[in-house]
Design a protein around this ligand. Structure first.
Ligand SMILES: Nc1nc2c(c(=O)[nH]1)N[C@H]1C(S)=C(S)[C@@H](COP(=O)(O)O)O[C@H]1N2
Ligand SMILES: [Mo]
Length: 321
């Protein structure tokens, strides 16, 4: 969390001039020393570079499903991660995820479906045309990023297996490689990491099955070789390194619901009006913003309300959080 909270009103209006002048001097010095991450032309040039060791994975830009916000830098997206299998520090996934074995990789899709099937990762990569979509990602920890994902709607896979009428929910089970995953050895939550969606959420065209970012195959720390991106929900719903998908009739209990039932509900829709029991969700810190930049207001459904609000008509989102 940023230790500096700057109000939305210009500093000059609320702070005695001698204070903000010295603050500006400090900023000048900090910029000169290069300590302000994300500022300056060198940082801008670094945005899309990196990942030279990863295969190319281009996608057709889909403007209709992209936000116009400027994407975060490669080093931010790949160097500041939550992937608890590798530890709880934001740098742990970058540090350790290289040990995860992602080749060969299969994804078993079953449960309440007419045509259960195990896909090889290459079959999945060829299943539908890859799109590039710039999505916001809002973490439950009240920070956010903007990420240019490459993938296609999860609905494409579901079409192949044909969910039955009993399929009301869908679960995503993720990779468990204890020898490669220091976080798994330490406990933390119930492994494997399991997330779930309601069937209509899973079929929604915004729900993306992701194979890459910035035109490259996913780095391990971002959930190689495939993960979800469900942009109107808190980031933890977007399961990484998926190995099993099951359609089920009853509402499943996800790993976070089991770990802390009063803190994490099934829906986990981004909602500035419903606080986490231990902190507010009204605002967020954008990763990469100037260290003294004001926090931004969090939007209902992370700004995707026009597309998804109708999924929740008649529901009390303070109760079904
Ligand atoms: N398997 C697995 N998936 C996971 C997580 C995790 O710990 N394990 N963390 C989640 C959380 S809390 C967030 S915010 C996003 C972060 O995705 P990113 O690191 O690619 O930005 O991944 C989600 N998917
Ligand atoms: Mo998160």
């Amino acid at each position: 969390m940023s230790r500096f909270r700057v109000p939305l009103i210009p500093a000059s209006e609320i702070t005695p001039p001698e204070v903000w002048q010295s603050r500006r001097r400090w900023l000048g010095q900090a910029a000169a020393l290069g300590v302000l991450a994300g500022a300056g032309p060198a940082a801008l040039a670094a945005r899309a570079t990196g990942g030279d060791d990863l295969p190319e994975l281009p996608g057709q830009p889909n403007g209709a499903f992209s936000v116009v916000d400027k994407p975060n830098a490669w080093r931010e997206i790949t160097g500041y991660n939550n992937f608890y299998e590798f530890g709880t520090d934001k740098e742990d996934p970058l540090r350790y995820a290289g040990r995860m074995v992602t080749e060969p990789w299969t994804v078993e899709v079953g449960g309440e479906v007419l045509k259960p099937r195990t896909f090889d990762i290459d079959q999945l990569r060829r299943l539908a045309p890859m799109e590039e979509r710039v999505y916001r990602l809002r973490c439950v920890e009240a920070w956010s990023m903007v990420i240019p994902w490459v993938g296609y709607p999860l609905a494409e896979v579901l079409k192949q297996v044909q969910p039955t009428g009993n399929a009301k929910y869908i679960t995503f089970e993720t990779a468990l490689q204890p020898d490669a995953m220091p976080g798994v050895k330490r406990g933390i939550i119930d492994w494997p990491y399991v997330e779930a969606l309601r069937m209509d959420e899973a079929m929604h065209p915004l729900t993306l099955l992701v194979f890459g970012l910035y035109g490259k195959a996913l780095p391990n720390q971002n959930g190689a070789p495939l993960r979800l991106a469900v942009p109107w929900k808190y980031g933890f719903k977007s399961a990484k390194s998926i190995v099993r998908i099951r359609c089920v009739e009853q509402q499943p209990r996800s790993s976070w619901m089991v770990a802390a039932p009063t803190e994490y509900g099934f829906y986990a829709n981004v909602n500035p009006d419903v606080r986490h029991p231990r902190w507010s969700q009204a605002t967020e810190r954008r990763i990469g913003d100037h260290i003294l930049a004001p926090r931004v207001k969090t939007r209902m459904f992370n700004g995707y309300g026009e597309q998804v609000a109708s999924l929740y008509t008649g529901m009390d989102l303070a109760r079904d959080f």
